[in-house]
Design a protein around this ligand. Structure first.
Ligand code: GAL
Length: 407
């Protein structure tokens, strides 16, 4: 009797894993492709014996970030949270609210494996590492519906200029040339993609890295504002809110193209569209094939709970691990943060991104080079510009003022 009870108890101990530690993880990944990608993170964390409590916040980063920040500063921190690495979480780190992950980074050789190193630099404050980067996401892509062009009997554009030149035919056929959602960051993203495509790398660096305001006010950037005015015309009639609704317009053949980040790839994938056959992706809008290497990272608010802190560190290590990097990024459409993993399963678009990355044709992201305040001013300006008849010249002058306020 005694023996069988003991055996039963023993069996229970073996069968029952140690109590899983729950961590609430907040993020703004709610589109089909994003949800599929974040599910990979949750799956891996749960499989490792802990428990991912999903804290998705709808409405995009612009809605989610203030909520995340106020929870952390207001004494209701989550176990982990997404931010774009760069300056978004800087004030939280400086206020001493975020967990130092330097020991995790050292134990897992992040300094040796994370590529490009700027990703880890963007997590580092005063020599300490405060975030686990999960991807490189590049916003400089033009996504095109091939069938629209086939039906019109014209070749699918290979760059922004061809896209603009063929837009009247698209319009005549009753389609919207350029899908654009109404959330402020989307018009800002489109403008950012045009900057590097139209102004070129040297002018881009002069303005965004060296903060040369003469170049900002000069002819290369006047051309960018002119291109933005063209794009504004092409987007007339595109009355959707979320970025993935705009992507859906391209997928469904209501619009010919969208300027959007590599995460659009996840939506085409969920819709079972094939890169190169059903749709075309043009990094650098097909003009200047540079991508910026911002991305998503997870930060871990201090919780004053040793058990949770250990789980936070386990999650940080897991996010950077090869298996999670492959599974997550294949679903997300973004690029992995390490070059030592097998991405053979990548589709045509991801391969283009990987090639650009391998060639070193990369620039820092807006979040890395400008403060959230400047970013916000420019978002507001872009909303006004895209939704009104503001002249490119006026918008240009205002934009230079915005940049100067951040110097
Ligand atoms: C970005 C984020 C991407 C992406 C996008 C749209 O801020 O870094 O991963 O999914 O928002 O939600």
């Amino acid at each position: 009797m005694k023996l069988s009870r003991m055996t039963a108890l023993l069996a229970m101990t073996v069968a029952m894993p140690a109590m899983a530690t729950e961590l609430e993880v907040t993020h703004w990944w709610t589109s089909g492709g994003e949800a599929a990608a974040v599910a990979e993170l949750a799956k891996a964390f749960d499989a490792s014996g802990d428990k991912w409590i999903d804290g998705a916040i709808a409405g995009g980063g612009g809605t989610a970030r203030p909520i995340m920040i106020s929870r952390i500063t207001g004494g209701d921190p989550m176990g982990a949270t997404q931010f774009n690495h760069g300056q978004q979480a800087l004030e939280l780190v400086e206020a001493g609210l975020m967990l130092d992950l330097t020991d995790v980074a050292e134990a897992n050789n992040w300094k040796e494996i994370v590529y490009p190193p700027s990703l880890l630099d963007a997590c580092t404050v005063d020599g300490k590492i405060y975030c686990a980067p999960v991807n490189i996401h590049s916003p400089e892509w033009l996504w095109l519906n091939n069938k629209i062009y086939e039906d019109l009997g014209i070749p699918v554009p290979t760059n922004w200029n061809e896209f603009v030149a063929t837009a009247p035919k698209v319009r005549e056929a009753g389609k919207i040339p350029l899908a654009l959602g109404n959330q402020p960051w989307q018009s800002n993203l489109a403008f950012g993609a045009m900057q590097i495509a139209v102004a070129g790398l040297d002018a881009w660096k002069a303005v965004n890295v060296d903060k040369n305001m003469d170049v900002a006010a000069g002819p290369e950037y006047a051309a960018v504002f002119q291109a933005a005015a063209d794009a504004r015309e092409l987007a007339r009639g595109s009355n959707v809110q979320d970025w993935n609704q705009a992507t859906a317009m391209v997928i469904n053949g209501d619009a010919a193209g969208q300027i959007m980040g590599d995460w659009a790839q996840g939506e085409f994938q969920v819709a079972e569209k094939v890169a190169g056959k059903d749709y075309t992706c043009l990094p650098g809008l097909g003009l200047n094939q540079y991508i910026s290497t911002g991305g998503d990272a997870f930060y871990f608010p201090k919780l004053d709970d040793p058990e949770k802190e250990a789980a936070q560190k386990r999650l940080a290590a897991l996010l950077v691990s090869p298996e999670v990097q492959v599974a997550f990024n294949l679903k997300k459409g973004s690029l992995p943060i390490r070059g030592d993993i097998d991405m053979a399963a990548a589709n045509d678009c991801m391969k283009k991104g990987l090639e650009i990355l391998a060639g070193g044709n990369i620039v820092p992201s807006g979040d890395m080079v400008w403060s959230p305040d400047v970013q916000k001013l420019n978002e507001d300006l872009m909303v006004e510009f895209w939704k009104s008849d503001m002249s490119p010249e006026d918008a240009h002058a205002k934009w230079v003022e915005n940049l100067k306020s951040g110097l």
